[in-house]
Write a new protein. Sequence first.
Length: 565
Amino acid sequence: MESKNSNEKVPNFIRNIIAEDLKNNKNEGRVQTRFPPEPNGYLHIGHAKAICLNFGLAEEFGGKCNLRFDDTNPVKEEDEYANAIEKDVRWLGFDWGEKTYYASDYFEQMYEYAVQLVKAGKAYVDDLSADEIRQYRGTLTQAGVESPYRNRSVEENLDLFERMRKGEFPNGAQVLRAKIDMSSPNLNMRDPVMYRILHAKHHRTGDKWCIYPMYDWAHGLEDSIEGITHSICTLEFEAHRPLYDWFLEQLGVFHPQQIEFARLNLSYTMMSKRKLLQLVEEGHVNGWDDPRMPTISGLRRRGYTPESIRDFAERIGVAKRDSMVDIALLEHCIREDLNKRAPRVMGVLNPLKVIIDNYPENQVDELDAINNPEDPEMGKRKVPFSRELYIERDDFREDPPKKYFRLAPGREVRLRYAYYITCVDVVKDENGEVTEIHCTYDPQTRGGCSPDGRRVKGTIHWVSTPHALDAEIRLYDHLFTKEDPGDVDEGEDFRSNLNPESLKIVSAKVERSLENARVENFYQFERKGYFCVDPDSSKESLIFNRTVTLRDTWAKIEKAQKGKS
C-alpha cells in the first residue's frame, strides 16, 4: 500500500504491534528502537529503509532510537566507515542524541554473561576446528553430532575460557559454544558459537581483546543492556530469533521483542555490501560514493535528496514477504521532490551552432526566464540572447521524419523564452556533417508569442554562444543490465551483468547563471532531466551529474493501474 505523500503513514504490522504494546502499557509505555550497522562498509538504500523505519517509529511514538555500531569483527571494521555512517544518518534527517553506542562498549559485560552460562553448564569450550564444527552440525534432514568436548567440567571450561581471553591460544584453536540441542530442527540452535579467538587490533579497544563475540550472542545482549523495546531486524534473522530469546531467557535479563520485516530488493541494483565492496576494490566503480552505487553517499552525490529517500521508504512500506521494488518508484520520488524545488536552467548537451542572420551582430537581449513554474516565489532570471546560439543537435533534422516538430529547413520553431526562428540554410563539413545552421528570427515574437496569432508546434532550448559556460556532464544509467543482477548463467557471477553504458561523459554548453552553482546544488535542465553539481566541480571546471531523466515510467505504471481498478 502506498501513501499519497510523505506526510501520510502507511499502516503496517510493526506499527500495529507497537500501538498495541502502548495500549497495554508494555515496557511501561516506553518505545526504544535501534539502528545497528556494522562499520565494515558504506550504507546503501536498503539501510536507508531500516534507518527510516527505526528512527521514524521512535519519533512517531514519542520514543528514542539508538545508533549502535555492531563492531564485533575487528578485521573488517574501520573508523572511516563509522564516520560515513554517522554522516549518512544525519543527512537523512535523523538524530540519535548525544551518545553513540558501540557493541565494544559491552565486551566486558558480555564476557561476564558468558562466564555465567559456563557456570550454569550451558556453555563450553570446544577444540573442534571450524570445518569439524560444520560437519558435526548436521543438515536440515540429519541431526547434528555432539562434540567430544561438549561434556567438559564447568571448572575446565572456566579455565580454558579465561586462558582464551588471556591470549594463550592461537586463532581457531578453541571457541566457546552454547550447549543447547544438537538435534534441534533449527540449525541455529545446534550449539552455536558464542566466541572465537581472533588476534587482531580493534579500531576502538586496540589489543585489549583477542576473543570476540559472534553476532548472535552479542545482538540480544546489546539490545537488553540498552533497554531496547522493539528490536527490528530483516527477515533473514527470523530463524535466529529462538536463539536470541534463548540467550536472554537463560541469563534472566531484560528481554526485548525481536520483529522481522522483509529487506529491500531493488531492481537493477545489487544490495550485498560484500559485493559492493568487490566493485569498489576491483575498480568497476569510482569508490563508494560513485553516483551509480546504491549507497547513500552515492545517491547523495548523484543528486538525490533526503526528502525523496524518506518518501520512498514510506511508500514501499513494511512487509513480511520478500519482493522486488521497481527502481522506477525511487526515481519517481526524486522527480516529484525536485520538480517542486529545482530551479530551471538551459543546458545544451550536444551543441550545434545556430547563426541568426538578421539579428544585429553586437546586440544582446536580456530575456526573462521563469525559474520554476511550480513555485512562483522563485521568480525569474535574465538570460542573454545573441546572434549566435547553441541548440541540441537532436533538435535539427535536415530530412525530418513524420511528427518531428523541431527545426528543419524552411521550418519555424519557438526558442524557449525568446523568439520564433526559421531555418534558411545549412552548412556542412567535408564529411557531410552539419556544422552550423543559419536562421532568421521574427523580432515581433519576443518572449515566444506571435502578435498575429500564428502557432508553431516545436519549442526548443538554447544557450547564447558568447555567454555559454563549458561544463562536463556525467550521464548515469543503471549499473546493471538485468532487473535481478544476481540472476546469472552457470560459471558467471553478478559482474557479468554490469552495464558498460552506465556512465557517459559529454561536453556541454550551459547558461551563464550557472557560474554561481555550488556543490550539491540541483537543477532541472529543461527538456533534459535533473542534474546536480558534483563535488569535483569548481568555478573553473563545472561538472554536473544527471540525477534522473524527465521521463517518469512509474507515473505511467500508476496511471495504468488506476485505469484498471
